[in-house]
Design a protein around this ligand. Structure first.
Ligand SMILES: Nc1ncnc2c1ncn2[C@@H]1O[C@H](COP(=O)(O)OP(=O)(O)OP(=O)(O)O)[C@@H](O)[C@H]1O
Ligand SMILES: [Mg+2]
Length: 223
């Protein structure tokens, strides 16, 4: 079976604190669209952090994009991150870089030529309706505009897997629809696998999806 995420018996904690996630099992196949919901503080962002290797599980097995987390080296982690597009809950844009440069970041890391980087960044910024802001800095944008730049950056290098933490949390219904359509388009046309943490699964997504609900450290699939 072709799994993009396979987690068995995951336990995740911060330092010596009580585990936030206990015995989580997640299987996500290639090209699936997956939602994780749960109350504030239930551990949704914690799961995302562990999937991109920012927070190592203290127990259990984890494999993301074919990369096994057991004794993972920093070079393996860097390889994994090239397969990922991550939208952070707090965006994590680079303050000193323009919108254009921020979106180009994963392409620069990927070693693409400057002209390819610019062309691709502009294409994505057009999708998120921010082409007119290419030369602005993050502090000159609204929260929702920053969130859309973060989405453009996450998609720029055609990642295998997108991990998006509340990607529409700061957006009105029109901009939310733009984001959902972008994610749907990535899945349908590029075969991207998508995992989204959200408080609101769109009523009109118009495609099959998996839904996990996180409560009390336990992740259950909702059927
Ligand atoms: N760096 C940290 N150190 C210690 N505890 C943390 C840290 N980050 C988060 N926590 C704790 O882990 C728990 C889960 O936090 P997390 O951010 O994963 O929740 P969440 O489900 O994403 O919530 P929200 O919907 O508000 O974003 C919370 O109790 C939080 O206080
Ligand atoms: Mg969170």
């Amino acid at each position: 079976m072709d799994y993009v995420i396979k987690a068995d018996g995951l336990n995740i904690s911060y330092g010596r604190d009580e585990p936030i996630i206990t015995d989580a099992n997640i299987s996500v196949k290639a090209h699936e669209f997956v939602f994780i919901t749960g109350k504030s503080g239930s551990g949704k962002s914690t799961i995302i952090k562990s999937l991109y290797g920012d927070l190592m599980p203290n127990r259990g097995e984890l494999n993301v994009c074919g990369v096994d987390f057991k004794n993972i080296s920093s070079s393996k982690l860097n390889i994994l991150r090239r397969y990922l597009g991550v939208v952070f809950q707090d965006y994590k844009l680079i303050d000193e870089w323009t919108v254009e440069q921020n979106v180009m970041l994963p392409l620069i890391i990927g070693g693409f030529s400057r002209s390819v980087c610019i062309k691709q960044a502009h294409k994505l910024l057009k999708h998120v309706k921010l082409l007119h802001k290419v030369n602005k800095y993050p502090f000159e944008l609204s929260g929702g505009e920053q969130q859309r730049v973060a989405m453009a950056r996450a998609l720029a290098h055609n990642p295998v897997l997108i991990l998006a933490d509340e990607p529409t949390g700061n957006l009105d219904s029109y901009s939310s629809e733009v984001i959902w359509n972008l994610l749907k388009g990535a899945k349908e046309h590029l075969g991207t696998t998508i995992l989204v943490v959200t408080h609101n699964i769109p009523a009109t997504l118009g495609m099959d999806y998996k839904h996990f609900f996180l409560e009390g450290g336990v992740l259950n699939e909702v059927s």
